[in-house]
Design a protein around this ligand. Structure first.
Ligand SMILES: Cc1cc2nc3c(=O)[nH]c(=O)nc-3n(C[C@H](O)[C@H](O)[C@H](O)COP(=O)(O)OP(=O)(O)OC[C@H]3O[C@@H](n4cnc5c(N)ncnc54)[C@H](O)[C@@H]3O)c2cc1C
Length: 158
């Protein structure tokens, strides 16, 4: 759920049943009780885990001899790509270091030239998909996604 950080403080997490109901209520009307019960019937109460991301378009100046990869370079709210990009960054940087023996900053410059535009584009997509799945309208977006899949007749979801 996308909520301001202060919203969490309005929920009494110690009152487990009530807190679970508050979470389920965020879905709005029209959900099968079997689904909302997956929330309200939980064994444990809700746990608040904030999600962070660097602002879109954020950039940073590189210092000689130092390079960032993965989340440190381009933290984006999770959309299923972050670990993949962290691994990709590492592999690409390793290749460029091997191709520039004795000149680590040449490797870093070449890496930054590829990684920064790539991660900017990926973050843009990431924020869009995060908004779709966790944003204020997430329950409705997800329902539309599922309806779309149903009507497209893909066997995978049948
Ligand atoms: C809820 C959630 C779901 C996700 N789902 C997916 C997914 O399905 N697919 C996907 O590809 N990605 C997913 N991600 C993103 C993925 O987890 C990250 O993008 C990835 O872990 C980034 O790797 P990293 O090595 O850059 O950073 P991290 O994994 O954060 O590693 C950094 C490490 O540095 C350590 N550290 C920090 N400060 C210091 C210090 N001062 N000294 C020593 N060590 C330090 C930390 O403890 C940590 O172990 C998800 C993320 C979240 C939060």
């Amino acid at each position: 759920m996308k909520k301001p950080l202060a919203w969490a403080e309005t929920v009494d997490l110690a009152a487990k049943e009530q807190a679970l109901q508050v979470v389920a209520d965020q879905l709005g009307d029209g959900w099968a009780p079997e689904l909302t019960e997956l929330i309200t019937g939980g064994d444990t109460g809700p746990v608040v885990r904030p999600i962070w991301g660097l602002p879109l378009g954020h950039t940073w100046d590189r210092r000689p001899g130092v390079m960032l990869v993965g989340d440190a370079a381009h933290l984006t709210p999770p959309d299923g790509d972050g670990a993949n990009w962290a691994l990709f960054d590492g592999a690409e940087l390793g290749t460029l270091i091997a191709e520039n023996p004795g000149d680590i900053d040449a490797a870093f410059d070449a890496f930054a030239g590829r990684m920064l535009p790539r991660s900017a584009a990926s973050s843009e997509e990431g924020y869009q998909s995060f908004e779709r799945i966790f944003g204020y309208n997430a329950p409705v977006n997800l329902r539309h996604m599922m309806d779309g899949v149903k009507t497209s007749g893909r066997e995978y979801y049948e």
